[in-house]
Design a protein around this ligand. Structure first.
Ligand code: UD1
Ligand code: CA
Length: 468
């Protein structure tokens, strides 16, 4: 007879204060590669295919829960107003986890866990018919972790602060990740006491109680201890970020053919997507929801956030982009800044010292030097001369500039917005454009030049006589 698949809920404990972080931010909201620490276990659980997830919040819980609601809206929030220990946190979630056959408990402060490890863990728990499984690992520096004490056919976890000198020597430690048969957990959870060095209710105490009840407890020794590094202070946060950084960069190099001549200096966040055969030069940062399509090039000192680089686009270095997009074969930089939905269409170019804000630069159009383009729409095939500025701000609000296709905008043109420029228009260099320009016209808006003959020579002569 085929067995019904056991249902599994994932409970993430994230109520702790994180005193050792020495910061006003709740521990699990500290950023690692620009995403909160809590993002990582939630993502690993989702990638492993577990869709029933609850998060226990407490310290800084308002901020933590509003982030969870935004990023993982399907997750349940459970409040633990006073942090009386990991077993207390699990107890408060009992009503929720009672509806599953098994509950997986994960610490919110162990961001390096991977989806395959969680999936294997769940499978081994199921296959072994265990009342409880937990992941242990060995480490040369077990300081702070609960030690796994094996002997007489039984297993228990002794917290660092409660351990004897002999137990402190044990290198096998508790990862803080467990799967419980919910009936077995329900039978022991109220028997866990707080008679220990910290006066807290320890979830690992459930293991020996389950064994006492005759349940089987299975310690699964994990293969890669890297995945269990807990973040308790700023040093561990930086260390975990380094491990995750390398994992992400190397993943793209191996799986997507990313060319990276100096992988040690490249930082890529966990949500970034990269197509095939992209090239990234040293000292680049890609954060948030960036997408880099096939064959794109990203030059040194470029920092991108939530931006899309379409196929074969070329960021020539020192480009900064927030919430913007660069079209196929388009190029930007060096030293370009694009923000708030700035968009370069196919084969467009913005060059040296150009800022583009909330604007679109049409196909094949160019803004090569020293310009500010804000709240503007530029058509196809238009060339914007050096030093051109859209004067979009009137002191109260931002006003739009519209420039048509195939225009030749002279250097140092000021567009005093709101203003509309037709197709195939030219402007004279140095013009201050305050009126709309019809299709096909040349606009000259500057004082007419007067040459005063011999004026300059005469003045110099006069200066010399005065000095003598
Ligand atoms: C815990 C384990 C330890 C294990 C280690 C692995 C206990 C008692 N000890 O120790 O055996 O080796 O993890 O990293 O469980 N939390 C709550 N509510 C609370 C207390 C904690 O939600 O009342 C959360 C914390 O936010 C954190 C997680 O539970 O995400 C673990 O708590 P923490 O205080 O960091 O436990 P450790 O001392 O690391
Ligand atoms: Ca911890």
């Amino acid at each position: 007879m085929e067995q019904r698949k056991r249902s599994l809920g994932v409970l993430i404990l994230a109520a702790g204060k994180g005193v050792r972080m020495r910061s006003g931010t709740p521990k699990v909201l500290h950023k690692m590669l620009e995403e909160p620490i809590l993002y990582y276990p939630l993502r690993a659980a989702a990638d492993a295919g577990f869709s029933d997830v609850a998060v226990v919040v407490g310290a800084g819980g308002e901020a933590v829960s509003s982030w969870v609601e935004e990023e993982f809206p399907e997750s349940r929030i459970i409040w633990q107003h006073e942090q009386n220990g990991t077993a207390h946190a699990a107890k408060l979630a009992q009503e929720w986890w009672s509806s599953f056959d098994d509950v997986m408990v994960l610490p919110g402060d162990a961001p390096l866990i991977t989806a395959p490890t969680l999936a294997d863990f769940a499978a081994s728990h199921r296959d072994g018919e265990n009342a409880c499984s937990f992941l242990s690992f060995t480490t040369d520096d077990p300081t702070g972790y609960g030690r796994v004490v094996r002997g007489g056919g039984s297993i228990r976890v002794v917290e660092h602060r409660d351990a004897t000198d002999e137990q402190l020597m044990i290198k096998e430690v508790n990862s803080g990740m467990y799967i419980f048969d919910t009936k077995a957990l329900a039978a022991v959870i109220d028997r866990i006491s707080s008679g220990n060095a910290q006066g807290e209710y320890y979830l690992p105490d459930a293991l020996s109680l389950i064994e006492e009840d005759g349940g089987r407890v299975n310690a699964v020794m994990a293969k890669s201890p890297d995945e269990f590094l807990g973040v308790n202070d700023q040093l561990q946060l930086a260390k975990a970020a380094g491990v995750m950084r390398r994992r992400i960069v190397e993943g793209f190099m191996i799986n997507s053919g990313l060319q990276c001549m100096d992988p040690d200096s490249v930082w890529i966040g966990p949500k970034v997507k990269i197509g095939r055969g992209a090239v990234i030069h040293p000292s680049v940062q890609l954060w948030g929801d960036c997408v880099v399509e096939d064959g794109a090039f990203i030059g040194s000192f470029t920092v991108l956030r939530n931006s899309v680089i379409h196929a074969c686009a070329n960021l020539k270095g020192s480009v900064r982009m927030n919430d913007s997009a660069v079209g196929e074969r388009a190029s930007a930089g060096p030293f370009a800044f694009m923000r708030e939905n700035a968009e370069l269409l196919e084969n467009a170019h913005v060059g040296r010292f150009v800022e583009v804000k909330k604007s679109s630069v049409g196909k094949d159009s160019k803004v090569p030097h020293l310009s500010y383009i804000g709240d503007a729409q530029i058509g196809e095939g238009t060339n914007i001369g050096a030093g051109t500025i859209t004067c979009n701000y009137d002191g109260e609000k931002k006003n739009p500039t519209k420039i048509g296709r195939d225009c030749l905008i002279g250097s140092d043109t000021m567009f005093v917005a709101p203003v509309e420029v037709g197709d195939c228009v030219s402007t004279a260099a140095g013009s201050v454009i305050t009126e709309n320009i019809p299709d096909g016209a040349l606009a000259i808006a500057r004082a007419k030049q007067i040459n005063k003959s011999e004026w300059s020579r005469l003045r110099r002569r006069k200066d010399k006589t005065n000095k003598a």
